[in-house]
Design a protein around this ligand. Structure first.
Ligand code: HEM
Length: 508
């Protein structure tokens, strides 16, 4: 009897393996036919050891050193603008080819999705929202949320002014004193975003202790919303580093931080659904994102998740842009001087608290400011790494063969990572000085089409790209460019470190 069971198990296992092998060979055969019929050739090969462990170890070491982006970008001159390699159990295709990125994000949009990790890794904090969903869920979110990003709704300069003023109040008084702007910018974007989303700011700029970068510290005291949101994000970064194994990191501190964030948002969701519970009424005519979406949908989880998705999408990206703009201005005094002169000549004393506030469109038309922002986003795009996964067999137009000009076959399930940080630094697209900060290059017509992608492109292009970040920076630039605050800039490695963190979180 025992022998019969053993024989049966052996036979079943052999049959299972045979079926698997046949399916594998069949798919490989179909893939070959598909690739041939589209004239595909293989791209450059990133060497790797068993299961891609060596590449993963190199990536992890680079992340620890704080130069993961330069590490990734250094592969392109060696293996080509599109390459394929093994990284921790899976294969990845890396590309900095505009034509390929256009295919992924626009022309072959339906052939790709965000991949399994984005939703599942972010779920404990973000749930189901526009930033984490694919397919019908994303389409529904996008259609519902898009009207909330019209110009009138997001260009409330007055609300921003209050937070900028508070930021200014935190700068040291004396001449020659230094201040670290980065934590202040993270607080500024949190305060202004919560005001836009919830109708009330969490006012982190008024708190005596700033904890902006989200170091997951110990301690028994309850975290504030700002701390909890930062702690959650810091854990999301750590989880992303483990790729498919993200779920291994799920400590109590992460769960507590998520619960604190959810509790606060739920309070506002409750008030949006039951306005009679509100202690203070929003001023007449004031736009509140949560109230606006609650007018359409009454599901509290939907409301919480979408609000948090927007907060995550818009907060660090904007703080990063602000931080890098000033970081670069501090190192390029001639650019700083030129920008200051242009702003002052356009608006005179209008920026100096004398009642006349420049209009939004006037601010948008300060050409040199636009060049400075473009150049900052070119060198330090807030989302430097990104990727998609093929949902069916498809093709990228470039990267195959010795010359890299043939199409590349992308099988169903294949991950493709595109790297704006590398794309934006290509010397053949931006010139030999592509690594230098030179806003004037924008006068020369660089960055056309799919060569410049700080906000993505195609149907998933950033919803908030037009206004809030621009307004925040403009108000801040206006204020910080006044002579009395020339002092407030300090170069700081921590800025670069948190940029790397952001890079990794977005890689998923
Ligand atoms: C400098 C500031 C910003 C940059 C560089 C930026 C960049 C991006 C990028 C690259 C994406 C695509 C992510 C992906 O699909 O993988 C994105 C998506 C998104 N962004 Fe922004 N963003 C910024 C500010 C904002 C702000 C302020 C908001 C809202 C208030 C916002 C809302 C969104 C939303 C909702 C999405 C998801 C769109 C979708 O999937 O349909 N962003 N952003």
């Amino acid at each position: 009897m025992e022998l019969a069971v053993k024989s049966f198990l052996l036979l079943a296992t052999a049959l299972y393996l045979l079926l698997k092998l046949t399916a594998y060979l069949l798919i490989a055969h179909q893939n070959r036919i598909f690739a041939k019929s589209h004239n595909c050739l293989p791209p450059g090969r990133l060497p790797s050891s068993f299961l891609g462990l060596s590449n993963w170890v190199r990536l992890t070491r680079a992340a620890k050193r704080g130069d993961i982006l330069d590490h990734i970008v250094s592969r392109f001159p060696i293996y080509g603008n599109t390459w394929k390699g093994r990284i921790l159990f899976g294969t990845s295709i890396g590309t900095i080819e505009p034509e390929n990125i256009k295919a992924i994000l626009a022309t072959s949009f339906k052939d790709f999705d965000l991949g399994p990790q984005r939703h599942d890794n972010f779920y404990p904090l973000l749930g189901d929202g526009i930033f984490t969903l694919d397919g019908a869920g994303w389409e529904h979110s996008r259609a519902n949320l898009r009207p909330q990003f019209s110009r009138e709704q997001v260009s409330d300069v007055e609300a921003l002014e209050l937070h900028v003023q508070r930021l200014m109040n935190r700068l040291p008084e004396g001449d020659g004193e230094v201040a670290d702007l980065q934590p202040l910018f993270y607080c500024l974007t949190l305060d202004s975003a919560t005001e836009f989303l919830l109708g009330e700011s969490v006012d982190s700029l008024l708190s005596p202790e700033l904890n902006p970068t989200g170091a997951a510290r110990g301690g028994k005291e309850e975290m504030s919303f700002a701390q909890a949101f930062n702690v959650s994000q810091a854990y999301l970064v750590q989880r992303s580093r483990l790729r498919e194994l993200y779920w291994i990191i799920n400590p109590k501190r992460f769960r507590d931080a998520n619960a604190i964030v959810h509790r606060l948002i739920d309070r506002y969701v409750d008030m949006a659904l039951h306005p009679e519970k509100r202690a203070r009424k929003a001023p007449e005519g004031k736009y509140v994102f949560l109230d606006a979406i609650a007018a359409e949908t009454k599901d509290p989880k939907y409301l919480r998740d979408q609000t948090l998705n927007i907060l995550l999408a818009g907060r660090d990206t904007t703080a990063g842009l602000l931080g890098f703009t000033f970081w670069l201005l501090a190192r390029h005094p001639h650019v700083y001087q030129k920008l200051r002169e242009e702003i002052l000549s356009a608006f005179g004393t209008g920026l100096n608290n004398e009642g006349k506030r420049p209009s939004f469109s006037a601010l948008k038309n300060v050409t040199y400011l636009r060049y400075v922002l473009n150049e900052t986003l070119r060198l330090y795009p807030s989302v430097p790494l990104n990727g998609r996964t093929a949902v069916r067999n498809t093709v990228l137009p470039r990267g195959g063969g010795e010359d890299g000009l043939s199409p590349v076959f992308i099988p169903k399930g294949q991950r493709v990572d595109y790297t704006c940080y590398g794309l934006h630094r290509r010397k053949d697209l931006y010139g030999e000085d592509a690594d230098a900060f030179r806003p004037e290059r924008w006068e020369e017509g660089v960055g056309r089409g799919w060569e410049f992608l700080p906000f993505n492109g195609g149907p998933r292009i950033c919803l908030g790209r037009m206004f809030p970040h621009l307004l925040v920076i403009v108000v801040a630039v206006g204020r910080l460019l006044t002579p009395s605050v020339n002092r407030a800039i300090r170069p700081d490695r921590s800025l670069l470190h948190s940029y790397q963190d952001l890079a990794e979180i977005c890689e998923d």
